[in-house]
Write a protein that binds this ligand. Structure first.
Ligand SMILES: *Cc1c(COP(=O)(O)O)cnc(C)c1O
Length: 386
């Protein structure tokens, strides 16, 4: 990782306090109306300049503090905040594609992202093609291909793709590269150094860390790309709550530690699962045999505590469902990144993964409980499978 910042900059307060009151806690600056000292300053205020303020929707000091820290973490220059990770995905697609343009998405992408692309194909004449994230040579670039979407590892099936090779291919054909890098969370993959133009994060996950905030971010390091995104952002009337930004700002200094600790715990749980006779395959990028493991080893500096397990084909969905119902610490639910461990069963036919597995799949999220307790919880729930 060759980012030119230290984590200390993420931890240190930025722009907090004024006059004879200074503290380490950020205040929540709320606004619809922003006042101007005179008419001239109202007329000359530039909404695109993030050192100025002109209307609540366009940001307050609280939202700007979060934007600066997120751009810093990812090694970018600009950041736009959105009310969810999905809104960040939609904004990138809407801002960069018009009728007649073509977008490439990997088969294994976050399913709601491919739904947005399908919507734009059906309603706005955007061409859409899916590619195999493990077979770059099979990708067909065309003159109208404007955007290559990357998500690595892919949602649920966890294939790791070769970002530098994908970026090289896109840039040779004058296409931009957007990456949904939520799994790496700005910590485990240096997306800009590896060739991405746009980085998307669901801050709903590790960055907020409490299973209580929905937010997304788009980080760039090019003024022209940023302006295209910013103009569409303003036209759609998108904004985020400064209260929510403050919650994320409070979690941000310790999310790297959580990420690293949860990575270790998840590898313990995954190791135990990989040895269980009911498990056919472990889909965790840090483990040998997981698709794209070699690329993970080359490009990543860590792993999220989110992975999947494919059960032996003779184990039925009913058996797996009963098993998940027996779990006490692992709760059943979507999303991840909070303190509590989670499981979700996925059916292969719900997924557009290129690599289909014969057995049923369960996605595990390891939270902050002790790994031994989590393993014991899985062990007791698996009794019915034996
Ligand atoms: C959760 C997630 C999203 C969507 O984020 P929300 O804030 O839930 O809308 C997008 N991409 C990936 C990879 C995710 O895990």
């Amino acid at each position: 990782m060759n980012k030119k910042y230290s984590w200390s900059q993420v931890v240190q307060p930025d722009g907090i306090g004024s006059g004879n009151f200074t503290s380490l806690a950020g205040s929540v600056e709320r606004a619809s109306t922003v006042t101007f000292s005179n008419v001239k300053s109202l007329r000359t205020r530039n909404w695109q300049d993030k050192s100025q303020y002109s209307y609540g929707l366009l940001g307050t000091p609280t939202t700007r503090r979060l934007e600066r820290k997120l751009a810093l973490i990812e090694g970018g220059q600009q950041c736009i905040l959105l009310p969810s990770g999905l809104a960040a995905i939609s904004l990138v697609l809407l801002a960069l594609l018009k009728s007649g343009d073509r977008v490439l998405l990997p088969h294994n992408t976050y399913e709601p992202a491919s739904e947005v692309a399908r919507f734009m194909q059906a309603n706005y004449g955007v061409e859409l093609a899916f590619y195999d994230p493990l077979d770059i040579l099979s990708i067909l670039m065309t003159a109208n291909t404007k955007l290559l979407w990357v998500e690595t590892p892919g949602s649920v099936t966890m294939e790791v793709s070769d970002l530098p090779a994908l970026a090289n291919l896109a840039h040779k054909n004058n296409a931009l590269v957007a990456i949904d890098a939520t799994w790496a969370a700005g910590i485990a993959l240096d997306v800009f150094a590896l060739g991405a133009d746009i980085s998307i994060q669901a801050l709903t996950k590790y960055q907020s860390g409490g299973s209580d905030v929905m937010m997304g971010s788009i980080v760039t390091r090019d003024d022209v790309i940023n302006l295209m995104l910013l103009e569409t952002h303003v036209r759609l009337g998108l904004g985020v709550s400064p209260e929510d930004c403050n919650i994320v700002l409070r979690s941000l200094p310790h999310y790297k530690l959580r990420y690293q600790a949860q990575d270790l715990a998840a590898r313990e749980v995954a190791t135990w699962l990989s040895k269980h006779p009911s498990v056919m395959q472990l889909l965790h990028p840090a483990f040998l045999g997981s698709p794209g493991h070699e690329v993970w080893q080359r490009d990543f500096t860590g792993a999220a505590s989110l992975f999947s397990v494919v059960f032996q084909p003779y184990i039925t969905q009913l058996q797996i469902d009963a098993c998940l119902d027996e779990m006490k610490l692992f709760r059943i639910g979507y999303s991840w990144g909070g303190a509590v461990s989670l499981v979700v069963p996925f059916e292969m036919n719900q997924l557009h993964a290129h690599h289909s597995y014969k057995g049923h799949l369960v996605r595990f999220y390891v939270g902050l409980e002790d790994a031994v307790d989590l393993i014991e919880d899985i062990n007791q729930s698996f009794k019915s499978l034996m």
